[in-house]
Design a protein around this ligand. Structure first.
Ligand SMILES: [Zn+2]
Length: 145
C-alpha cells in the first residue's frame, strides 16, 4: 500500500476549498515529491472547475490549469503528486467517471462535503490495469513552528 504524507496546512486548505466551492465540486493539486511507495506533499494549489454544466457532480480540470500546476512544480523542483476534488453531498468514494479519467501513479484525494461541511476525505490510487481504485494511507505531518 502506498502512503501520501501531507501537512496539516494542506489538509486545512483543501477542506476549506471544498466547503467554499459547495455545492460545486472543487479541484486542486498537491505539489511535492515521490519516494518509492510514498509521496510527500509540500503545498496545495487550488484550480478552477471549468466544467460548464453539472458542476455538482463532475469536475474537469482545464488542461491549462494542469500545465500551470506542472510548471509551478517544475520551478520549485517538485512534482504534481495528487489531484484533489470534492464530492458535494456524496461519499468520498471515486465514481466511474473518476476512474475513467484517472491515471495510475497519482494520488486522488476525494473530500466528502455534506451540506457545506467537509466531513471526511480519502486518498486513492488507480491500479496499473486501470480497473479499480485502491485505498492509500494518508499521514498528516505536523509542521514545525
Ligand atoms: Zn469524483
Amino acid at each position: 500500500m502506498t502512503t501520501i504524507h501531507i501537512t496539516r496546512k494542506i489538509e486545512t486548505m483543501f477542506k476549506s476549498h471544498g466547503e467554499n466551492d459547495y455545492p460545486h465540486e472543487c479541484c486542486g493539486f498537491i505539489l511535492g515529491h515521490f519516494e518509492e511507495n510514498q509521496s510527500f506533499g509540500v503545498e496545495y494549489l487550488p484550480a478552477t472547475n471549468v466544467k460548464e454544466e453539472n458542476r455538482e457532480r463532475r469536475f474537469l480540470i482545464d488542461p491549462q490549469a494542469y500545465q500551470i500546476a506542472e510548471d509551478e512544480a517544475d520551478d520549485k523542483g517538485l512534482s504534481v503528486i495528487s489531484i484533489v476534488h470534492s464530492h458535494p453531498d456524496h461519499p468520498h468514494k471515486p465514481s466511474d467517471f473518476d476512474r475513467d479519467h484517472a491515471w495510475p501513479g497519482f494520488s486522488y484525494i476525494i473530500i466528502s462535503v455534506q451540506k457545506g461541511t467537509a466531513v471526511s476525505y480519502r486518498s486513492w490510487q488507480l491500479n496499473q490495469n486501470r480497473e479499480q481504485f485502491i485505498k492509500e494511507n494518508i499521514q498528516i505531518v505536523e509542521e514545525k513552528k
